[in-house]
Write a protein that binds this ligand. Structure first.
Ligand code: HEC
Ligand code: HEC
Length: 256
């Protein structure tokens, strides 16, 4: 080896030993791509995975608001992790756990669940009132539910629930085909504080709504009765019939 070559290889070895962090073109730590499984920030995970259905910042989505302190005080970590990981069968709530075909690791599911409790689950002061359990095995009775609906709900949702001046139909078969009984129960207990639906004791963001004035808070059994009443409007084939494409009998028409 010539003297120059030796100097060069010593220089190279020196460079390698010194580490290459400063080499031109090498991305800095901050520029290195982050693997999707290495994302743990609640806001990033929520926005990427949940906000499309549950809304930006957990409200005003098609599916129930998640930035609801009352809901989060009733839904414990295990329940939230199970729903998030496994989804809700036969509804649009997808499973997110990898072993269910989703894209999130178990740790990321925990990151989201803990993040919801930490960020949105602050103060749910129920001042001594017994809140019906979020999940309940109490079997409801549709006839009792129908009567309760008239006293507690029809002022907003119309007689029989077909829609009123304040709120829409809750007995529409297409709506009922999209939600589970649990989603109905969650709505009746926690309301939809983003859209103006009061909770089980008739309050909305802490203030009583005039339509429920003077009525006692709902009990576990009453919530089940109301769910049974709404669910009794489910039909086997929900939704509008296929367009008839000009055939008055509405069947057997071929699309040209
Ligand atoms: C003060 C008016 C008011 C009262 C009283 C009320 N609701 Fe509602 N409810 C709403 C509004 C507003 C919405 C939002 C959707 C809409 O505008 O139709 C809603 C939504 C709902 C939903 C759909 C929730 C969802 O996101 O899927 C259900 C189910 C429901 N109400 C059931 C009931 C039942 C059962 C009662 C009686 C215990 C009741 N509501 C009483 C105003 C009311
Ligand atoms: C494609 C739409 C969609 C996406 C995305 C989605 N959800 Fe849902 N989610 C729903 C629907 C629809 C329901 C109601 C299911 C039912 O009928 O019970 C639901 C229900 C839930 C419930 C249960 C509510 C209850 O009644 O107790 C939780 C908790 C929940 N979602 C959390 C999440 C989280 C966390 C994410 C993101 C990791 C997420 N969801 C992403 C559509 C979605």
């Amino acid at each position: 080896m010539t003297g120059r070559a030796r100097t060069f290889s010593m220089l190279l070895a020196g460079l390698l030993l010194a580490g290459c962090d400063w080499m031109p073109g090498k991305p800095t730590k901050a520029e290195e791509p982050v693997l999707p499984t290495d994302v743990h920030a609640f806001n990033t995970l929520y926005t990427a995975n949940c906000s499309g259905c549950h809304g930006t910042n957990g409200q005003f989505g098609a599916a129930r608001p998640l930035n609801d302190p009352l809901y989060l005080s009733l839904a414990d970590t295990a329940y939230l992790a199970q729903v998030t990981g496994e989804g809700v069968h036969d509804t649009l709530m997808p499973p997110f756990a990898r072993k269910q075909g989703g894209g999130l690791t178990n740790r990321q599911v925990s990151d989201i669940v803990n993040g919801m409790h930490r960020t949105w689950g602050t103060s749910a002061d129920q001042s001594g009132t017994a809140v019906p359990p979020l999940v309940s095995g109490t079997k409801g009775d549709a006839a009792r539910g129908a009567a309760l609906f008239e006293t507690h709900c029809s002022a907003c949702h119309g007689t029989g629930g077909t829609g009123g001046s304040v709120a829409g139909s809750v007995v529409d078969s297409a709506y009922l085909a999209l939600v589970s009984d649990q989603a109905l129960r969650s709505a009746i207990i926690c309301g939809r504080l983003d859209l103006g639906m009061p909770d089980w004791k008739g309050t909305l963001n802490g203030s009583p709504v005039p339509q429920r004035e003077g009525l006692a808070p709902l009990t576990d059994r009453q919530v089940s009765d109301l769910v049974a009443f709404l669910a009794s409007h489910r039909v086997e084939f929900a939704g509008a019939p296929f367009p008839s494409l000009g055939n008055p009998r509405g069947s057997g028409t071929q699309v040209p």
